[in-house]
Design a protein around this ligand. Structure first.
Ligand code: NDP
Length: 343
């Protein structure tokens, strides 16, 4: 029998600043035979997430970088083609961390079996997966929105931001979203039900934001950094909470931003407004909150209170350009690559 092969996208070189498609290379490899406790996977959906930009860099972070020549990491929904595991049956669908490739051999304890009848399979990578949990845990554990308070979040049409605003509403707060462009803003306010949505590319963005938060900001869920954060800071209320989840506007920066040093002003604000600024990586809260998240998020989706949008790109070849586009705001909803058919 001829060997099973996998087409995969590896990191060809580390980017300096904004990555390009030249930083990736496609290759085909032969996969090893299965050992006991292993499964052969066929990728159906590959998740593309902003954190992958960090993995392309050798800079110190909370997780090891991808080595040059190694396959790009990433969560997938995959189908089990062959199994030597008593826990994972051939034919079943699993959530895996098998990366940017068409097939993979992995240990059974690295996958989680999914129920395709419970929810669309791709939601395991978005609203019912890591991004949804990031929103849930960061907002409820650190942001702690109270009824009547104002919660502001950017990247508001994406999987994290869209869930943050909707969960804030479920907890009785006002939700104000910030997004790039009129179409995303119309979706955030009209479809997701945020109280307001502001375009961060508008020339009068800071004034529009001020007008949208007449009672100030109690929770700023930080997803982007940069000019958005600069516009938010003067509007923060006493005792405001800032869960620092991501800084996507900075991920491609190769040098420090030009302009005055804003750190003294920021620290002064932390002091005089008694701010809570708390960074987090979602994995910190998994043990404590994941079960609650799955229960609550499934119920809210069924009740129509937690909506989501997916941006599905077809074919593994299109993963690099789609990923680069996401870092510039080209995606509209949770970005996933459909690598192969569901059945
Ligand atoms: P999205 O699908 O929302 O994609 C990123 C979005 O960021 C873009 O669509 C764009 O939206 C926005 N963006 C990009 N560049 C800029 C910029 N210069 N200024 C303002 N906005 C910009 O991503 P996710 O929902 O998956 O992730 C959101 C954030 O959460 C990221 O920072 C990510 O790193 C972080 N994250 C953190 C986790 C943790 O454990 N701490 C876990 C998961 C995600 P727009 O066009 O609307 O501006």
């Amino acid at each position: 029998m001829s060997a099973v092969t996998s087409t995969r996208i590896v990191l060809a070189s580390r980017p300096d600043g904004e990555p390009t498609t030249d930083n990736f290379r496609t290759e085909t490899i032969e996969l090893p035979e299965l050992s006991d406790g292993q499964v052969l996977l066929r990728t159906v959906y590959l998740s593309l997430d902003p954190y992958m930009r960090g993995r392309m860099s050798a800079a110190e972070s909370y997780a090891d970088p991808v080595e040059v020549g190694d396959v790009m990491v990433g969560a997938t929904v995959s189908q089990v083609l062959e199994s030597r595991s008593p826990q994972v049956a051939a034919g079943s669908y699993v959530l895996a961390y098998s990366g940017w490739q068409t097939r993979a051999v992995v240990d059974d304890n690295t996958v989680r079996v999914l129920d395709p009848s419970a929810a669309p399979l791709s939601t395991a990578l978005g609203v019912l997966g890591m991004p949804g949990f990031t929103a849930y845990s960061g907002l409820l554990k650190i942001g702690r929105p109270q009824p009547g308070e104002t919660v502001v979040v950017a990247a508001a049409s994406g999987p994290v931001g869209s869930a943050v605003g909707q969960i804030a509403k479920i907890y009785g707060a006002r939700a104000v979203g910030i997004a790039g462009g009129p179409d995303k803003c119309a979706f955030v306010q009209g479809e997701l039900g945020f109280d307001a949505a502001i375009d961060h590319r508008a020339p009068d963005f800071a004034e529009q934001l001020r007008a949208a938060v007449p009672d100030g900001i109690d929770v700023y869920f930080e997803n982007v950094g940069g000019s958005v954060t600069a516009a938010v800071l003067p509007l923060l209320n006493l005792y405001a909470r800032i869960p620092v989840c991501g800084l996507v506007s900075q991920y491609n920066a190769a040098t420090a931003p030009e302009g005055p040093d804003r750190l003294p002003g920021f620290m002064g604000l932390v002091l005089t407004k008694s701010l809570t600024v708390r960074g987090f990586i979602q994995s910190e809260f998994v043990r404590e909150m994941y079960e609650d998240f799955e229960r609550d998020a499934s119920r809210w989706i069924a009740e129509g209170r937690l909506k989501y949008r997916e941006d599905v790109v077809h074919g593994l070849d299109n993963a690099p350009p789609a990923f680069l586009g996401m870092l510039r705001g080209k995606n509209f909803g949770k970005l996933v690559v459909r690598v192969g058919p569901e059945e």
